[in-house]
Design a protein around this ligand. Structure first.
Ligand SMILES: [Zn+2]
Length: 400
């Protein structure tokens, strides 16, 4: 049967109750030392943030968020002696996790997968310039941003590369990776002492190693492309996987471009010797591909997030209020799948929606949508919540 809804601040109570129901039993992925973390949230019906909360246990946090349903829920990457203190300077900082954010929007060549426009949710007007208000209704324009699954999968490939660096170059083995619930990924590395005391400057060095800034790239390219030096013999150390560090990453990438087994074996560190002609071949290969390899090795992380020692991290397995999707923990890092079951927090009810603006063809998870303003569609929770929380549809009724 279909039932009607009460409307509140654009998003009906239906979703708030779904969030509440979910949080009553949610297995939120929290750090062992939860009592030392600040918890923060954006209330479901408000634009402000509630900060400086602290909880002793998951049960206590669950009670709180079942009563005060959040739209977004975070904990601090920082550990504090007094996490509930309102003054940052009096919280007693004792260390921080190392956190990373990979956003699909920052992935090179993802532009063609991104749809981005501003529109009026009342009359469906789509902004032609950079106007802030609807010329017909005077209403503030809302932004719609959609990233295709293909681009999220590319971001996931970068997440795997990032984890490779964290494990093999830094030797940090305790981490949690999660889907952000919208269009990216988070990696929380729980640093052992004394590394958790790294300040922002030290973290900036890590960022620069992972992102390879233009200055570093140029320096490395010059080193490998210097013809004058090459004529006198090799003026640099050939990269090999056993070297570790950046040379390990370059060697791995090079080995994928080589078919000669002797060269491959030398690059991988399986053999120590290589004949002179093959050495020359390898040197040629490096000069030819080094620029492309460095671009491939550069990982588009959000540097601000990693440098900030008091960053608020979205809690894995909490709900992202930009989509209504679960920001789920990726339990097995080699198995990420963006599918409706992983992101949904609801059962089998069908939701009837009215579309508020002309929507171009978009793929949400695994399904194509294209609709005109005023169209009525019926669909399951993950597709419906996505359209409603992105402001392009309103919920009309529910069939249970
Ligand atoms: Zn309007």
């Amino acid at each position: 049967m279909w039932c009607c809804l009460s409307q509140k601040r654009g998003v009906p109570d239906f979703f708030k109750e779904k969030f509440r129901e979910y949080y009553r039993g949610a297995s939120l992925e929290l750090p062992q030392d939860l009592p030392f973390r600040e918890v923060a949230l954006q209330p479901f019906d408000a634009d402000y943030y509630v900060r400086h909360l602290s909880f002793d246990s998951l049960a206590q946090l669950r009670d709180y968020i079942s009563a005060n349903v959040p739209r977004h829920l975070y904990y601090s990457s920082a550990k504090y002696l007094y996490p509930g203190n309102n003054e940052m300077s009096e919280k007693g900082w004792i260390g921080s996790d190392l956190v990373f954010d990979i956003d699909s929007n920052d992935i090179p060549d993802c532009g063609k997968y991104v749809i981005d426009f501003r529109f009026c949710p009342r009359c469906g007007y789509i902004a032609k310039n950079d106007e802030k208000e609807c010329p017909y209704c005077g209403l503030e324009l809302k932004k719609f941003e959609h990233v295709d699954k293909a681009c999220i999968e590319r971001a996931y490939d970068y997440l795997l590369k990032l984890i490779d660096i964290i494990e093999n170059d830094f030797g940090f083995l305790t981490y949690k990776a999660s889907f952000s619930g919208n269009r990216g990924f988070h990696l929380i590395v729980e640093l052992p002492q004394p590394f958790d005391r790294m300040d922002s400057e030290a973290r900036r060095e890590i960022v620069s190693y992972i992102m390879l800034n233009d200055f570093d790239k140029k320096h490395i390219i010059n080193m490998y492309m210097d013809d004058a030096r090459r004529q006198k013999g090799l003026g640099y150390i050939l990269p090999r996987v056993i070297d570790g560090g950046l040379r390990r990453r370059i060697a791995l990438s090079l080995s994928k471009r080589v078919s000669d087994q002797d060269i491959k074996s030398f690059l991988m560190g399986y053999s120590e010797k290589i004949d002179y002609h093959k050495l020359a071949q390898l040197s040629e290969l490096i000069s030819k591909h080094i620029e492309e390899i460095l671009n491939e090795l550069s990982i588009p992380i959000d540097s601000k997030v990693t440098i900030d020692i008091s960053h608020l991290v979205r809690i894995p397995n909490s709900i992202n209020g930009k989509t209504g999707w679960k920001a789920f923990l990726i339990k097995n890092i080699s198995e990420f799948e963006l599918d409706p079951y992983n992101v949904s927090i609801s059962g089998n009810e069908m939701l009837q929606l009215r579309i508020l603006v002309d929507l171009p063809q978009i793929r949400i998870i695994d399904r194509e949508f294209k609709a005109k303003k005023g169209d009525v569609i019926v669909t399951e929770y993950p597709y419906a919540s996505y359209l409603v929380f992105k402001n392009v549809a309103e919920l009309m009724s529910i069939r249970r």
